[in-house]
Design a protein around this ligand. Structure first.
Ligand code: IPD
Length: 284
């Protein structure tokens, strides 16, 4: 039987609202644990939201697979070709801990490992981003993405770009070096001198900002499928795309870990090539 993507979007929107109520009711919660290191944080609410989402998904769609950040087992959990919910219960956990209002629940749905429905909800600012493959993407149901078009006749270049970046949780080694060297090169007056960088603290919020046309691009090494799956379809339906975050990869898979998200419009292909030229090394 064919899968009704509109029904899945409506289901995920309702679920995102329930998740949002749980998240906002726990605002100010200060207890957290660390995972890989002291900046890789998790709270009890991450687990509680994932439990809520996984339970509801399994109840309504028992024949679909589920992949979530908190129940992921490295080396064991794998994204398959089956219809799969790909979920980050709280994307922006560090923001949540600090009450910085850029956390969201990121609910993606993939078939054959391709994102086809995305719902990203920031309950603090009441931002509900949705997208269905082939049907466009929207903010709060009615505002079609992108919200902002660049002025007519302007091409996207490094010099006129506002770029989302993240430090991520790896603060040593090759990836830290490549990132910080690249940030320096892109920002410097004798380099490309981009308009600026922003770190929203949530991969999904960064990708949705690109989809909205508020950021021109977002670069990250170290994301997982649940960080990007929902945003991927929202961005693609807004005319943008996700490409590899190391030079030369235009068709990355949703379950690789290094990404460059870029908005659509004039100049965007050259922008990607120019961005890749500025990457000082290779992210691992
Ligand atoms: C993290 C955030 C962060 C990004 C990391 C993600 P989490 O997700 O999206 O902005 O830099 O790569 O892991 O841990 O808050 O769900």
């Amino acid at each position: 039987p064919s899968i009704d993507l509109n029904e899945i979007r409506d289901f995920l929107v309702e679920l995102a609202k329930q998740a949002g109520e749980l998240i906002t009711s726990k605002t100010g919660q200060t207890t957290y644990d660390d995972k890989a290191n002291s900046v890789d944080l998790v709270t009890e609410t991450d687990a509680a939201v994932e439990k809520l989402v996984a339970t509801k998904c399994n109840e309504k769609y028992p024949h679909f697979e589920f992949m979530g950040e908190e129940s992921y087992v490295p080396g064991v959990t794998k994204l398959s070709d089956k219809p799969t919910f790909v979920v980050d219960p709280i994307d922006g956990t560090t923001n949540f801990i600090h009450s910085f209002p850029f956390s969201c629940t990121s609910l993606g749905f993939a078939i054959n490992r391709e994102p086809v429905v995305g719902v990203v909800y920031n309950p603090f600012l009441n931002l509900m981003y949705t997208g269905i493959q082939g049907q466009g993407s929207f903010l709060n149901g009615t505002h079609k993405l992108p919200l902002r078009q660049p002025p007519a006749g302007t091409k996207l270049t490094l010099q006129n770009a506002l770029i989302g970046i993240e430090w991520g949780t790896q603060r040593s080694g090759v990836n830290y070096q490549v990132k910080t060297d690249t940030f320096k090169k892109l920002a410097a007056e004798d380099g490309k001198m981009v308009h600026g960088f922003r770190s929203l603290g949530s991969a999904a919020m960064n990708i949705c900002a690109v989809a909205a046309g508020q950021l021109d691009a977002y670069w990250e090494g170290g994301c997982y499928a649940w960080d990007v799956c929902a945003g991927w379809v929202i961005l693609a339906e807004a005319g943008g795309r996700i490409v590899g975050g190391n030079p030369g990869l235009w068709e990355p898979a949703v379950d690789q870990r290094i990404y460059l998200a870029v908005r659509g419009g004039d100049g965007c292909e050259q922008f990607v090539e120019d961005f890749w030229d500025c990457i000082e090394g290779r992210l691992e």
